[in-house]
Each structure stands twice: as structure tokens, then as C-alpha cells.
Ligand binder design. Sequence first.
Ligand code: COA
Length: 624
Amino acid sequence: MVKTCALGRPRHLVKPVSATRVAGRYLTHQRGLPGLPVPPLQQTCERYITALEPIVEADELTHTRRVIQEFQKAGGVGEQLQRGLEKRAGETENWLSQWWVQVAYLDYRMPVVVHSSPGLVLPRMDFRDKDGQIRFASKLIAGVLYFKTMIDNETLPVEYLGGKPLCMNQYYEVLSSCRIPGLKRDSVVNHAKSSQPPKHITVVHNFQFFQLDVYNRDGTPLTADQLCVQLEKICRASQETNTEPVGILTTQHRDVWGKSYLNLIKDKTNKESVSAIQRSIFTLCLDGPTPGAAGELYRSCAAVQMLHGGGTQSYSGNRWFDKTLQFIVGEDGTCGANYEHAPAEGPPIVALIDHVVEYTRKPETAKSPAGSLPVPRRLLFNITPEIKQDIEEAKLSMNTLAQDLDMRVKVFGHFGKNVPKAHKMSPDAFIQIALQLAYYRKYRRCCATYESASLRMFRLGRTDTIRSASNASASFVKTFDDPSKQNLEKLDLMEKAVKAHRSYTNMAISGQAIDRHLLGLKLQAAEEKLSVPAIFRDPAYAKALHYHLSTSQVPSKTDCVMCFGPVVPDGYGFCYNPMEDHINFAVSSFNSCKETDAGDLAGAVEEALLDLKRLLEQTPRSKL
Ligand code: COA
């Protein structure tokens, strides 16, 4: 397979290495990957205490130390659970991944909208009308189908991180798949692996769904010109705007949706329509113009549109949020995507989108075969009074959620990765330390901070947590604004904080962080039908998991930004894309929380980034 340099993003549009299928390539690669290790118990216990130090009070820590001692003592429950985990690791492809998908996603009952599914904002495209929208959307579909050829043929370039090959499984999970609501737990179906893989996408326009077949009879993908003709037919057939927005049901709390789903699919027509959406390769949402999108706030408005659709007056009903991958194309050049998180992390999604965007920029060369194509099939829904009632309730909840979410996207234009790199620092660590400083300045305390770290060096690896609030970052942020301290001391502390972050990152991506291990031990206790061990009932554990800052770096080649909601009511979501000479970032918070303010934190991050740069430039490091 072709090799690429950085995580999730080949540096140029990679041609499929083979036009025909290379069966077995994927499995051969996967089998060569190491299994996820179970870290040593003592190591995790020690690192857990260290991670708690900057975020809990001294007396809480004393208590937790005692609890940990009891947990890890010879012959204690910790050892028993550790043995259980090690056995599980020996018997499964990945001891964590199935548990993780269940606990982090499928058992999680909050709406996927805002609470779980990220949005992605692309740069505004250069069309401003319906014709331009349709032309662009056609090329986008063709671009995804081109990428899909690499997946189908098993010729997708393998990605590397730190010189090590990564697990490519997530690429095989994002197309032709969908989340299905359940009464207590959801599931995900992936039709790509079925004996008759789907040949259609779904298109939604003015809340109306269509099945669009995207392959010719001879198996070749429709060309952009052919797709253009088909999308025009769809738009002409769905001009009226008073249709019941049945897609809004997917924005509900999962238990509520699980119940109304059963009611919805009792009707045969509805069941067939829902099944067509679930089986489709992906969903394309054709929106109108972005409301309120002007000037500096344009990207923030676009982010809202990608994250939740803007409420029922806008496009929240023009979606099927259970669908793993939804591309969104507005009439005014606004473009992006929304994805359901259970099957994959951001980087594979962004890598796919990078390819698609590059594809849309190339002139179309494929010649369309002669002959007309069948009219795309409208997916019909019979709306009973009960379904109508469920739709009305979903509308209310969605609008409350939309009003509650505050989203601020910034393009920090002063510098990007170039400055930390020039000072021999990890740009990711630099940004995380700036965020710690911004938070400390606002709240005068450090908080539990989550940054996702890729575990894809391991077979079926997903993520672990980098805990960005460390003892070193705490010392730095507490000193930075102290006028009695010299720059030299501040710089020394900054260097230590950045290094501590990078070293936590290395530990996390090599499977030696603490969070998934602790979760594994907790789930193992449940598996062995033991009562919940005291370590997991300790208030410090709850504090450690209450992430006031939930963060993620999602790098890309395209000048885009991903966004997501906070994971606690009084927290922030912070997603960033460090480009070479600027940084795109998106901050979210809930308006219902009086203590948080996305715009404020975004401003504080900009200021902190500039302050860090100034410190680096004003202080000769040779004196350290
Ligand atoms: N001096 C000079 N350059 C340095 C440096 C140093 N001390 N440290 C790092 N760099 C360079 C790197 O070589 C790299 O160069 P490139 O831009 O040419 O590729 C660049 O700076 C970026 O490195 P860094 O900022 O340290 O981050 P990273 O790329 O190693 O990423 C993580 C760190 C944690 C984001 C990554 O390991 C990861 O796990 N990503 C996945 C996250 C994820 O899944 N998110 C989605 C959740 S939905």
C-alpha cells in the first residue's frame, strides 16, 4: 500500500494504486498491527494520583491515596480485575474497542446532535445560487465515490503516526452505515459488508428524502454531469416547503427516539423509506442559504448549521442525524458535514473530505454514457397523528437545544504551527498550554481537561485521553501573570509544561495512558458481577471525569474546522486545526450555564497564544 506521512491526511490526492480489487490487502495490513496493551496496574495507579494533583483539593487527594492503596494491594480487587483484563486482551482483537463503542456511544442516551456528533465547516465555496449548489454537490458525490473505490478495492493508502502504521478499520466503517435507535441501547449497522452492498445515496431537500442510485448498469459511478441532471430532478420535485420534517425525530433523546422509531416503522412504507436511508452510502443535505451569515460571524453560523442545522426554522429537519456521514451543501456556498461518532473519529472523516474537496477542484474529465437515467425515488412517509405528535415534541426539544448552544469559530491569523516549531516545541502542546492559561485566567483554577489521543497504532484502536491539566501546566499558568516573576522563570515553566504535555501524548498514543485502563477495570468488575470498587465511587474520580474542557485536534489539508458541543453542562468544547501559518478553532458552551461563555474563552485563547509567543520572543532561551 502507498505510504503517507502524517496522521489522517495524505499530502496530495492519492491515486488508487490499483483500478481493480486487491483482495486481502486490508486484512494483511490489520493482522500486522500490534494488539492494544493492558498497562501495568501500579503504573496506572501512580499516574492517576499525579493526574489528580492539579484538579482536586489536598484532603480529597489524601482520601484517594488511601482508596488506591487498598485497590492495588497484593491479592486485592485491583489485581483480580487486572488479571481479567489481561485474559480478555488475550482472547479478543482489542480488549477495549467493543466496550468503548457501547459505553461511549451506544449506551449514551443524550441526543447525538450537539452532545456526540461533530460538525465540520469547509471554506465557503465560490457559488451563490441553486445551479452552483447542484454543480458543486454533483462533484462532491463523484469525489466520495472516487474515494470509495479505494476503500472497495482495498487500495487505500496506509497512514502513519510517528513512523508507525495505523489501523485503517475506521475507513471501512463510515460509508453505508447508520446508527439505529433502541429503547435502552442503540446499535450500528454497516451495509458495506453485506452480500449486496448499497448502490445509492440519500438526498434530502426541503425536508424531503430521495433515493439516488449513483452507479450505472455497468457498475461505473455516475459522472458529475449525470449526477447534476439527477439532483436537478430532485430539487424540482421537492420545491414545496410544508412537508413534515420527519428527520427531526433523529435529534431526540435516544430513549424517546427509540420509542418513536418503533412506532414510525410499524407502517410498511415508512419502514422501507427508513431502511433506504440507513442502507445508503451517505446522505447529502441540500440546504438553502445560511441564516445570519455575514462578516466575522460567518464561520460561527456555518458551524451551527453543520452541528445541528440551526433549529426547525432552518435546517435541523433537513437531516438524518443517525446517518454516519452527512454532507451538507447550502445554496450560498456554505459547505460541510456532520458525522455520527460511534463508528469513527474525526481524522478519517477529514481525510476523506480532504480528498473530496481536492476532487471538486479538478476539471471533470469522465465522459457520461448515453441514455437517460431513472427518476430518483422519493422516500414516502405516512404521518399518523401519533408520529405528528412525536415530530412536534422533537421540534420543541431541538429548538431548545439550538437556543442553548453558543458556538464561536475563530481563525487565529497571527501564526500557526510555524511559531512553536521554530522554537522547537510541539504545536499541539503549545495550543493546549495556551488553553490552560486562558482557562486559568478566567476561573483562577485548573480543570479536568480531555484531549483525544489516537490509539490507531493498535488493531481496532480508537482513542485514549491526554489529560492536559498537569502539575507542570498548573505551575506555569499560576506564575505567568505574576508580576514578581522574571520572564526567564516563566519560560522555564512554559518549556516544562509543553514537554510534560508532549510526554503525556507519547504515553497515550502508545497505549500507556490511564483513562481507558481505569474504564476497563471498572467494566471488568461489572463483567465479573462485583460491586463497583471504591476507587470508582470516590468523588475525585467523578471530578476527574467532569471535563470542563473537552478538546480535540483535528488537522486537515483543507482550511476547515471541526466543532462539537461541551460534554458537561458547565464546560466547553474546543476543537482546533493548526495550519502552518494560522489556527482555526471552534469553542462551544451552553447559554443556560451562567459561568461559561464561548466568545469569552475564544478571545482569552487568542490572547494567551499571543502572550506565549511574546514570551518566547522576548526571552533568550540560551540563558535557561
Ligand atoms: N520541534 C519542532 N517541530 C515539532 C516538535 C518540536 N519539538 N514537536 C512536534 N513538531 C512538529 C511535528 O513534527 C509535526 O510536523 P508536521 O506539521 O510537519 O506534521 C507538527 O509539529 C505537529 O506535531 P504536534 O503538534 O506535536 O502534534 P501531532 O501531530 O503529533 O498530534 C495528537 C498530536 C495528540 C493530536 C495526535 O497524536 C493524535 O492522537 N491525533 C488524533 C486525535 C483524534 O483522534 N482527534 C479526533 C477525535 S474526534
